[in-house]
Design a protein around this ligand. Sequence first.
Ligand SMILES: CSC/C=C(/NCc1c(COP(=O)(O)O)cnc(C)c1O)C(=O)O
Length: 397
Amino acid sequence: AREFQEIQGFETKSIHTADPRSEVFGSLTVPLYMTSTYVFPNAETGGARFAGEEPGMIYSRIANPTVEVLEKAMAELEGAEAGLAFGSGMGAISAVLIAMIKSGDHILCSDGLYGCTYGLLTMLKEKFGVQFDLVDMADMERVRAAMRPETKVVYVETPINPTLKVVDLQAVADIAHAGGAQLVVDNTFMTPYLQQPLQHGADVVVHSATKYLGGHGDLIAGVAVGRKAFLDELRFSTLKDIGAVMAPMEAWLILRGIKTLSLRMERHCENAKKVAEFLHQHPKVTNVYFPGDENHPQKDLIARQMRGSGGMIAFEVETLEGGRTLMNSVRLAQLAVSLGEATTLIQHPASMTHAVVPADVRRDEMGIADGLVRLSVGLEHPQDIIADLEQALAKIS
Ligand SMILES: CSC/C=C(/NCc1c(COP(=O)(O)O)cnc(C)c1O)C(=O)O
């Protein structure tokens, strides 16, 4: 992409991501390179490219021109040296963790993680002897106490999926680095428009691009950004050899999605604030967890670390039965897992996205109540979203 040194605006960078001078016709949008492999001009060049002595395309599991534009765009937006694209968020997370740890190492995690991330850590523990612990990162003494000599990675989601607790990245980064560990942050719920973890001490940022980055619920993909040396290592080891690559079509769709990322995140935040205010005052809603609340207990940290609330809300109604009635009664919001797209989505973490987490860990360590409901507030008119929730809540006896 052309160097936009002088441009500061996130909005501008998210639109002018690609070099508009395509190689052949000058197309304004990025060409879609639907190709598995690339023709070498001669045998010597082919060998030189495999040896890393010459730049150039070899095979789309290693690099693809459309995917590379997205990788560069994500690095630019997160303020990273380099980016790498994967076939899913879990593809990015597994490649990064596997590159960072070996048997006998320890991973220290925030006390809440996406269910399949917990599932991956469990697999690494049971099959490869990689230890991991969850710790309440609201208390830095506890974080320090939980660090071990063999802790190689501190892994954080903030806001946490699904409790929306916020973690102080710089404070955790300082402890991780003092203990010789790297800080990996899953920035899916925020996107670089609302939060840039690398500016708060993180070493690597991972995303499920399936969510807000693609923004339209029509793809599964992942991204990792960080230092070029580490990302190059990933590209030629855990990406090339485990192979969770992103397809060029997905990269093309995500490039299209991030052009409106700033607009969509502003509207997701605005809508979520209105929906949270409605839920707070509703008699049948017992708890509301929303980073955009005026009197949020972590307000100062949120103001320091996040540009906005994000579009996610977690809340409880009195009983699990009530939660089920609510989810079965919405008409505009859709009862579906995933998040970060134009449609408002509602789901039940305990029996869906976090069902893979053992009940005692889910309840006691992650603080996920059985009655917790998670809402991904979409881009519909906020009054329509609220009216839908109101009629569904009214169905709870
Ligand atoms: C089957 S549940 C649907 C998926 C949900 N989340 C995904 C997710 C991933 C993994 O990203 P993919 O591999 O692209 O799905 C990584 N990191 C975070 C914070 C995530 O929320 C979900 O509904 O909470």
